[in-house]
Design a protein around this ligand. Structure first.
Ligand SMILES: Cc1ncc(COP(=O)(O)O)c(C=O)c1O
Length: 458
């Protein structure tokens, strides 16, 4: 049981001064704000000293856990040496050069280029600009539309939010912008018809993509953006043949696949890249989060040279490639990212994920023995359980009841931080988690669900 204490002055000040992202700003004033103080390994501590397993790696990012001395040292050495350096106008520095070189080596492209940013959102904006610039430069001036999926999450800047497929990110913001379209979310359990096999569901889904392309204009799409598995939309895994079949349509209409690896990259799904797990063929890749294990903000777009070269030629006609951020390739961020990748390699973190994910996935799927769990889904060290009022009828709870939030709060009370996405509880712990800690995480989750059932249904 958590120590309930000092409803501290920081929480009060928070309500006075902070404008919280992705928060119900109205009820926030009545919430017990969780003010975190420090972290160590897979644990974080609040200011009252209560300890929690960070079951979502912060926001799906903290792969190496908290307090990693090597990362702290890499940042401090680089801050002392060169605390800032731009990449504008042909300036450069060693950390950005070495990191770009390393990322190309890790990518599926024989030769390529890396464009740095500070967030997944700005990197996905860069993707839009790259493909728009490219198609202008190569005479494909009609190919300016972008396709994404409902429930996708690609960020929150106006262009990346336009690709995100969640209503709360669109309504009242007058989004999506013109030229952004959404096709169906590939969620077999929820969206299939009674008696429909996974393969016939996939065929129906792929036909709907083709219909959308033809309806808007068969020659009008530059790219489709997709996460290997949908993270923030609810940890939704595509059916087995979804991406291979999707590629047949994309190839037919000359549409590039932008692979958003912001959550899946760097081992989360059990392979180095999510595209390997789900049979995707990326034309271009977005990365962030685990690139620095969440220690410093950094993101990147990796493209092959055949995309880069026409852009480079067009930039000569324009005078410059007129896109870039003050913090593109920030030396401290690049130094930390380089060290992060070095640690992934020397600790053989992907092998570790393969081992512990067996326990993780077994415990996750065992949760279906609780009658309120309608679906468990996951791969590697990411997973979700979805709470249903009646799973046989696939009937969800009334959203006003807030089943997911209630379970999330019970988990928090018992020392586990998870995310409630409506009534889906998402779990994405640091990749360094041990077998024993995986068991501890699921013990708390199971116990919290038992408390939830006893409290509301017995
Ligand atoms: C798949 C994916 N793409 C992009 C983003 C946006 O990244 P950021 O929040 O760093 O802008 C996120 C954030 O969760 C994400 O999950």
């Amino acid at each position: 049981m958590m120590i309930k204490s000092l409803q501290n002055s920081l929480a009060t000040k928070d309500v006075h001064a902070l404008f919280h992202p992705s928060t119900n700003l109205y009820t926030h004033t009545e919430q017990e704000t969780l003010v975190l103080d420090r972290g160590e390994g897979i644990y974080v501590y609040d200011i009252d000293g209560n300890r929690y397993i960070e079951g979502l790696s912060g926001l799906w990012c903290n792969a190496l856990g908290f307090g990693n001395e090597e990362l702290i040292e890499a940042a401090s050495v680089q801050m002392r040496k060169l605390s800032y350096g731009t990449l504008f106008a042909s300036k450069s520095h060693e950390p950005a050069i070495l990191l770009a070189e390393k990322l190309i080596e890790l990518s599926p492209f024989d030769e390529g280029k890396v464009f740095f940013g500070s967030s997944g959102s700005d990197a996905n904006d860069t993707q839009i600009k790259i493909f728009t610039y490219l198609n202008n430069a190569t005479g494909k001036k009609n190919k300016k539309n972008f396709l994404a999926r409902k429930k996708a999450y690609h960020g929150i800047t106006v262009a990346s939010a336009s690709m995100t497929g969640l209503p709360t990110q669109h309504q009242l913001f007058d989004l999506p912008l013109k030229g952004f379209y959404h096709t169906e979310c590939p969620h077999y359990f929820k969206e299939s018809y009674i008696g429909e096999t996974e393969d016939s569901y996939t065929d129906r889904l792929i036909s709907s993509v083709e219909e959308k392309i033809n309806m808007v204009g068969p020659d009008s799409f530059a790219a489709l953006i997709a996460e290997p598995l949908m993270g923030a939309g609810g940890v939704i895994l595509p059916p087995e043949h979804y991406f291979p079949k999707l590629h047949e349509v994309l190839d037919e209409y000359d549409i590039s696949l932008i692979d958003d690896e912001v959550i899946c990259g760097f081992g989360r799904t059990g392979n180095y890249w999510g595209y390997e797990t789900f049979g995707m063929k990326p034309a271009s890749i977005t990365i962030a989060k685990a690139l620095s294990s969440g220690y410093v903000p950094i993101s990147a777009v990796i493209i092959p040279n055949h995309i880069y070269e026409p852009i480079a030629r067009a930039s000569n006609q324009q005078g410059i490639f007129g896109h870039g951020y003050t913090y593109s390739g920030h030396p401290v961020a690049c130094a930390v990212a380089l060290k992060t990748i070095e640690i992934y390699e020397k600790t053989k973190l992907i092998d570790h994920v393969e081992t512990v994910s067996k326990t993780f996935q077994r415990r996750l799927h065992d949760m279906r023995s609780n009658h309120i769990i309608g679906e468990t889904r996951g791969v590697g060290l990411i997973g979700a359980i979805e709470i249903y009022e009646n799973r046989e009828l696939k009937q969800l709870f009334d959203p006003k009841f807030g089943a997911g939030i209630k379970v999330m709060k019970l988990c928090q009370r018992h020392g586990l931080l998870v995310r409630a996405i409506q009534d889906t509880i998402a779990i994405c712990p640091p990749l360094i988690i041990s077998n024993e800690e995986v068991n501890k995480l699921f013990d708390i989750l199971e116990y919290s669900l038992e408390v939830f059932v006893k409290k509301y249904f017995l």
